[in-house]
Design a protein around this ligand. Structure first.
Ligand code: ZN
Length: 206
């Protein structure tokens, strides 16, 4: 029996903090509306010879990105629907963090790669129709991957080795020094701008 995850209740768990109840009024209707569109897009992906997964990204009531699985088309095993939709949103965006606070609708629960990408993109919510338990029956390995990541590194399916740790710090330290000198420069600029704004008006009069 699959468990349907419900995040619409205002208090999904007993919080130790006195949180204000969050209103989800209309949220379920919106989610079902966009999920229907996502499922239709996934079906059209199958019609086009691609995998059966699609994603739509919505922010402030507008679709800002969408895509479907393009693994076969691009011959790239990482061209998952979520990645294609993120790329689409970023290509159309003018800001650095276009996905911040947005919702992604994806008919299948994100795999570890896409979940990581969604964390990096600062997405606000993830809404899915079929869980990793559901998709396992269709031959998807997501559940196995999540289980593998929980194991200690040396017992995982793909082996990792660590070499040249000390030399590896060089680019990190260079980047950190560069960032702090830029931050110091920005701080000096802000301080200079602020100190100018505090000059009494009479002093500006020639
Ligand atoms: Zn994925």
């Amino acid at each position: 029996m699959s468990i349907v995850f419900n995040s619409y209740s205002a208090t999904p768990y007993k919080s130790i903090f006195p949180l204000k109840p969050i209103s989800f009024k209309g949220q379920k209707e919106d989610d079902e509306f966009y999920m229907k569109k996502t499922i239709q897009l996934a079906e059209s992906a199958v019609d086009n010879g691609q995998g059966p997964i699609a994603s739509i990204i919505v922010k402030d009531g507008k679709i800002i990105g969408q895509g479907f699985n393009e693994i076969r088309k691009r011959k790239n095993p990482t061209a998952h629907a979520e990645m294609v939709a993120i790329e689409d949103a970023c290509n159309k965006a003018s800001s650095m963090k276009p996905l911040q606070g947005a919702t992604i609708y994806t008919n299948c629960q994100p795999c570890p790669m896409c979940l990581g990408a969604l964390y990096w993109s600062k997405i606000g919510r993830i809404v899915y129709a079929n869980s990793c338990d559901d998709t396992e029956n269709y031959g998807f390995d997501d559940k196995k991957m999540f289980a593998d990541f929980k194991k200690p590194e040396q017992w995982r399916e793909i082996k990792s080795v660590q070499v040249l740790r000390e030399e590896g710090f060089n680019p990190l330290n260079k980047w950190q020094a560069e960032s702090s000198s830029q931050a110091a420069k920005r701080l000096r600029q802000i301080q200079a701008a602020n100190s100018n704004s505090f000059i009494p008006k009479e002093k500006n009069v020639a």
